[in-house]
Write a protein that binds this ligand. Structure first.
Ligand SMILES: [Zn+2]
Length: 250
């Protein structure tokens, strides 16, 4: 399943963010026809001290810089976004107005989720910009490396509580590595498109709230350091940009 491979990259980037005292949320923008990484983003809300420096916006800015504001809508329909946590309502709306092709995410965003947890911004039509070419919303696929995404957030919150001047209750400081809420597929994706994406062998998983590929957490992935990930992604984005420029010269 190619979604897992791309999500592993996003998870590694989120772990990098965690290792640099940021909220561990990260994403990569993949050019669907070629499978190449075009841009990436991670949360920068702590360092930049702005509440809107979400991972998605960092990637959107990189793409705008690459293709220019005018070309953005043309290129977005060919993009699949892999993000470790469900986009918030604000990001979900921005992605829809840009006409993104597809969003694949890890875990739900319990407080601000815009792809089904709180609102289904990706499916409603009320925030579509009039001039947008995106006549409809976008498909959103949840649950890819969900437990790994949840664990990264738990590491972060436990660490934040340890640092707090008045640590909260003891239960907030204990790292839970064993229990996970059930995966509520139906909040995010209809059964028909679930089966289309994952195949009929997984039919029972939909109703049972079972994770698909990762019943066991990939601890190695989330406990290793990934210090080379930025260089790796910069190289990939550079090679994509090179191909775009070469093509536009012909
Ligand atoms: Zn957001």
């Amino acid at each position: 399943m190619q979604h897992v491979g791309y999500m592993r990259t996003a998870v590694r980037l989120a772990k990098y963010a965690l290792d640099h005292d940021e909220t561990p949320v990260a994403c990569i923008f993949v050019h669907t026809p070629t499978g190449q990484v075009m841009a990436y983003g991670m949360n920068d809300t702590n360092k930049s001290l702005t509440g809107v420096a979400h991972a998605e916006f960092m990637g959107i800015d990189q793409i705008k810089a690459m293709v220019g504001s005018r070309g953005v809508v043309d290129v977005f329909k060919d993009i699949t976004l892999y993000v470790t946590v469900e986009p918030c309502i604000m990001c979900a709306s921005a992605l829809k107005q840009l006409g993104i092709g597809k969003v694949v995410f890890g875990c739900g965003n319990e407080r601000f989720g815009g792809n089904g947890t709180v609102l289904s911004v990706n499916h409603d039509t009320c925030t579509l910009a009039a001039r947008s070419k995106a006549a409809t919303g976008y498909e959103s696929i949840p649950g890819i490396l969900r437990k790994e995404a949840i664990m990264l957030l738990r590491y972060f919150y436990v660490r934040q509580n340890e640092k707090a001047p008045k640590p909260r209750s003891k239960s907030d400081r204990v790292l839970d590595k064993d229990t996970f809420p059930p995966m509520e597929w139906s909040k995010y994706i209809g059964e028909e498109s679930f089966l289309e994406n994952f195949g009929h062998d997984y039919k029972a998983y939909y109703a049972n709230g079972t994770d698909l590929f990762n019943d066991n957490v990939d601890w190695k992935l989330i406990e290793s350091r990934h210090d080379n990930i930025i260089q790796e992604l910069n190289d990939q984005c550079k090679s994509f940009k090179f191909n775009v420029q070469k093509k536009s010269k012909v």
